[in-house]
Ligand binder design. Structure first.
Ligand code: ZN
Length: 101
């Protein structure tokens, strides 16, 4: 087992895990149940770790995470179907009227 990635946002760690799963790399998340509520801004912030099960997958996993998460491809902006407002590509909902992308 090898530690491959750490982030303080559990959603980011889980998306990394999903990306690895899509590439047939088995991994698991550590520390996900130990985040103290209300202590997220202190130095005692618990970082959530992603570990791979098979050491031989490490190089491939590290490369995939680097490419997909550290340098994600830019998402083009989109226009809301309801109010026509332009939204940043990272938004899933219109910032103005909350219509889903
Ligand atoms: Zn809108």
């Amino acid at each position: 087992m090898k530690h491959v990635y750490t982030h303080d946002n559990i959603a980011v760690v889980h998306s990394a895990k999903n990306i690895l799963a899509l590439n047939d790399i088995e991994s698991f998340v550590k520390n996900e149940n130990t985040i103290p509520n209300g202590a997220r801004h202190g130095i005692e912030n618990t970082f959530i770790e992603l570990w791979i099960t098979n050491d031989q997958d490490f190089d491939r996993a590290a490369t995939i995470i680097e490419e997909q998460l550290t340098n994600p491809p830019p998402t083009p902006p989109w226009h809301c179907s309801k109010c026509a407002e332009e939204n940043d590509g990272s938004f899933d909902f219109c910032w103005k009227c909350q219509t889903e992308k």
